[in-house]
Ligand binder design. Structure first.
Ligand code: FAD
Length: 391
């Protein structure tokens, strides 16, 4: 064991969700300890989109300036048909968007964001420990007890389960399993000059077609080009356990237009990400334990909101703890009541949004027609997501 601080909050998992939470707690004057299983705080070397609903929070936490300096402010989110290459519609992400939603839309390298959060946590006095594989979180009447695989035990006032899609802390609340979508993602962030036809790239571009899509955007002041290619695996659909392999990637994308096909060689082929989410959960808090981020609400990435929602969770939790007259139980209830309906909607909408991107036949024709007819200043599909209504 370790000498304990009865007021300390113990955060299990040092990803974007856990570190943002630790920072928000520490800025509010609380002692915080983060226990991370990996030997270092790292993220994969690919890109991340942060919408205004997340950047507003990062601003309040005092790190937005660094995030913007490390990232790129894209001008537009542009949707194309992956088959014809036709531009269908776009959303302005520039100044007008920033004004409307009170925060910029930023794309940046995941490792840059993590480094900024780690630095800010250190400066705010957060205790950060690596190589701590948490194996149990239990409640005593007056404290939470967190135990690691090496036997180390920690006691604090509250344990926050920010341990991701395969959360162990979540098993306190549900015996559910991640749901496999049958889709797989390939990523790659490569020097801009390695990408043929990258050209003028200040936008986030999405190309969609039957059972597939490609997302592209620049990183690090435009020196890197980030791409994510996603497709439904025919072999997964056929029940094969070896699925989503690079030969399937090539096969599926051979049906797309030249600009999309040209993107494929720049993707990393030695790694792939089969895509999972989970069904929404209505209880995230019990006793002195609470869930946050992907541990609470893992989602398909089509709205680019998983990390954004984790960042929203972080401030909502701290606000609930600060505002609680009725003690910890009431505070956690407030957090849950505020967050569950919102993240449930985002999880469900992400699935539907993916279906809209991936349809084929007549449905795809109708989708394309609706996209083309949409007025570029029509924000009704994103106001609920990027706006301030949720706090
Ligand atoms: P994680 O990042 O999974 O972090 C969990 C941490 O807990 C890890 O560091 C892990 O090592 C640690 N851990 C796990 N178990 C233990 C344990 N037992 N003990 C100690 N530590 C433990 N979101 C966006 O907002 N914008 C995007 O553009 C976007 N694009 C995406 C693209 C792809 C292809 C994918 C797959 C996802 C994307 N997401 C995006 C989603 C986003 O990556 C996640 O929602 C987000 O990273 C979740 O953060 P988290 O901190 O909750 O969980």
């Amino acid at each position: 064991g370790r000498s304990c601080n009865a007021d300390e909050v113990i955060v299990v998992g040092g990803g974007i969700g856990g570190l943002t939470t630790a920072l928000a707690l520490a800025r509010g004057g609380r002692p915080v300890l983060v226990l991370e299983r990996a030997d270092a705080f790292t993220e994969i070397g690919a890109g991340l989109q942060l919408a205004p609903n997340a950047t507003r929070v990062l601003d309040r936490l005092g790190v937005l300036e660094r995030v913007v300096a490390a990232g790129v402010l894209p001008r537009r989110l542009v949707f194309h048909s992956a088959l014809s290459g036709r531009e269908l519609t776009h959303l302005d992400l520039g100044d007008a968007c920033r004004e409307r939603y009170g925060g910029p839309y930023v794309v940046l390298h995941r490792s840059d964001l993590l480094a900024i959060l780690v630095d800010a946590c250190r400066a705010a006095g957060v205790a950060l420990e690596n190589g701590r594989h948490v194996v149990s979180v239990t409640d005593e009447p007056d404290r939470a007890v967190v135990t690691c695989a090496d036997g180390a035990a920690y006691e604090g006032a509250l344990a926050v389960g920010a341990d991701g899609l395969r959360s162990g802390v979540r098993s306190r609340f549900s015996d559910d399993e991640p749901v496999c979508s049958g889709y797989v993602a390939y990523r790659g962030a490569v020097p801009m000059e390695q990408v043929s036809g990258a050209g003028e790239l200040h936008d986030v571009r999405v190309w969609f077609g039957p059972g597939l899509h490609l997302v592209q955007y620049p990183l690090r002041t435009g020196s890197l080009f980030n791409q994510v290619a996603v497709f439904r695996s025919p072999r997964h659909a056929a029940g094969d356990t070896e699925w989503g392999t690079p030969d399937e990637l090539d096969e599926v994308f051979s049906a797309t237009c030249a600009q999309v096909r040209e993107a494929v060689p720049a993707l990393w082929r030695h790694m792939r990400w089969p895509m999972y989410d989970r069904e929404p959960l209505d209880t995230w808090a019990a006793g002195r334990t609470v869930l946050l981020g992907d541990a609470a609400h893992p989602m398909l990435q089509y709205l680019a909101q998983g990390a954004c929602q984790a960042i929203e969770d972080a401030v909502a939790l701290v606000r609930a703890l600060d505002g609680a007259a009725g003690g910890l139980g009431a505070a956690l209830k407030t957090y849950e009541e505020q967050r569950v309906p919102r993240t449930t909607r985002v999880q469900r909408t992400a699935r539907v949004w993916g279906d809209i991107w991936h349809v084929e036949g007549v449905a795809a024709l109708l989708r394309d027609e609706l996209f083309v007819q949409r007025r570029p200043d029509d924000h009704r599909h994103v106001d609920w997501l990027y706006g301030t209504a949720a706090g």
